[in-house]
Design a protein around this ligand. Structure first.
Ligand code: MN
Length: 427
């Protein structure tokens, strides 16, 4: 569906007075120049939406459909991301999963995405499930497999994904492997690593020159004894051996409990080996909850390191790393959930932009621990929602995207058009 400009304008007019008051207060407290600089960065910042998050996600126990209107085709997935982007002007890219999202007509898909103002973010391969008609099974791994023929099948799939992505204008391949073992003794760790490296080298050599290979890691699940790319050290080891185009991808939910993700991010940036990000939140493990739903302070601390680390390298915040949501939801309208995730990410980014870096460096140099904490928490506890809303307003989007989504009955309209019993491909 398409939202009419007049609906956005009316919504913004209704909320305009309160918004202006909040924004003016921020300008008084933090200075007009600092606020305007942050707004410009927020306008440029885009977070890719994964195609598999547009329908209801499953758990390993079941999948409960939402009230309906899930996208049935790749075209409808692009329309849904276009709708999000109209509402928040911060979801200007879509990340596809092959083979769930193979386009039948590439030119048509590109045209549609262009109309909606969307780019194609990283493409994702899938060797964690057996595909229909595939001769060999990934039950005991893919790129790590003891059988060379299985590895070859998985390599060929990844090269096919690169081809699909290249046709659409993607610039990165994300590889996440379910490879590992469930029981002690099941595999030789060194052989599994070396097989994985050899397989990734073959995929790497098929990358176009301006592409990035993003190596994602995950501590556990679906294998519960060992994971072959389990943590950032193993991912960076592979990325270093592969070459400059290979980088580590950090998925917030893929760490063991209480890992200091902000420290990981800082060191990966230092080594120029951080390539991209998958946002989600969790209480226990890889829960794939809405970004910022459980641990917004952690999200802020991560962004604080991202901004500091990118600025230290002179990087472009919006363009030099891949930003993507990777979540799956079972109890919310997926589009509402994605609007909430994007909002939480933008807010954490806004907070990080507003940290008084000079004062923080000074506190660190003087070992003034209490002051360092005060600086971070003062910023975190200040309300920058009007800053993020102003960025949307300047980009012709809605001051409150979720509220407008509900006012316009977007889900009901989607159900009307697509029907009640639709299921999106994906998890
Ligand atoms: Mn991920």
């Amino acid at each position: 569906m398409n939202i009419e400009h007049k609906d956005i304008a009316l919504h913004n007019e209704t909320l305009g007075e309160t918004h202006q008051r909040n924004l003016n207060r921020l300008k008084e407290d933090w200075g007009t120049i600092a606020i305007d600089q942050a707004i410009a960065k927020l306008v440029a910042f885009q977070i890719a939406i994964p195609s598999w998050a547009l329908g209801t996600g499953g758990t390993r126990f079941g999948r409960f459909a939402i009230s309906g209107g899930e996208p049935r085709t790749l075209e409808e997935k692009i329309e849904d991301v276009g709708l999000l982007h109209q509402l928040n002007a911060a979801s200007g890219a879509i990340s596809l999963h092959i083979p769930w999202d193979i386009p039948t007509d590439v030119e048509q898909i590109k045209k549609l995405a262009h109309q909606k103002g969307l780019l194609f973010d990283a493409v994702n391969s899938n060797t964690f499930q057996d595909q229909p008609n595939a001769p060999l099974s990934y039950k005991f791994g893919s790129l790590q497999h003891v059988n060379k023929a299985v590895r070859q099948q998985a390599i060929a799939h990844n090269i096919e994904v690169i081809k699909q992505g290249d046709g659409l204008g993607s610039k990165a391949l994300t590889v996440w492997l379910a490879d590992g073992s469930c029981f002690p003794g099941q595999l030789n760790f060194r052989n599994a690593f070396e097989n994985t490296l050899d397989s990734l080298q073959q995929i790497y050599s098929a990358l176009p020159s301006d592409w990035t290979l993003l190596v994602e890691y995950k501590g556990f699940e679906p294998n519960f004894y060992s994971t072959t790319i389990a943590d950032w050290g193993q991912s960076m080891l592979l990325a270093n051996k592969l070459g400059a185009k290979a980088k580590t991808l950090v998925d917030l939910g893929h760490h063991l409990p209480n890992a200091n993700i902000e420290q990981i991010v800082a060191l990966l940036l230092m080594e120029s080996k951080l390539g991209g990000f998958h946002f989600n939140d969790s209480k226990y493990g890889d829960d794939d909850l809405t970004a910022g739903a459980v641990k917004p302070y952690q999200l802020f601390l991560i962004f604080n390191e991202l901004v500091e680390g990118m600025d230290a390298k002179g990087m472009n915040h919006a363009k030099d790393l891949g930003w993507m949501i990777d979540a799956s939801h079972n109890v919310k309208d997926p589009l509402e959930d994605l609007l909430q995730s994007v909002e939480a990410i933008m807010l954490a980014y806004a907070q990080a932009l507003m940290v008084d870096r000079e004062a923080l460096v000074q506190a660190q140099q003087q070992n003034d621990v209490a002051q360092a904490q005060e600086i971070l928490q003062h910023t975190f506890r200040s309300d920058f929602r009007a800053l993020v809303a102003e960025a949307r307003l300047r980009a012709n989007a809605a001051l409150n995207p979720l509220q407008l989504y509900r006012t316009l009955n977007c889900r009901a309209q989607l159900i009307n058009k697509r029907g009640k019993n639709t299921t999106a491909t994906g998890l």
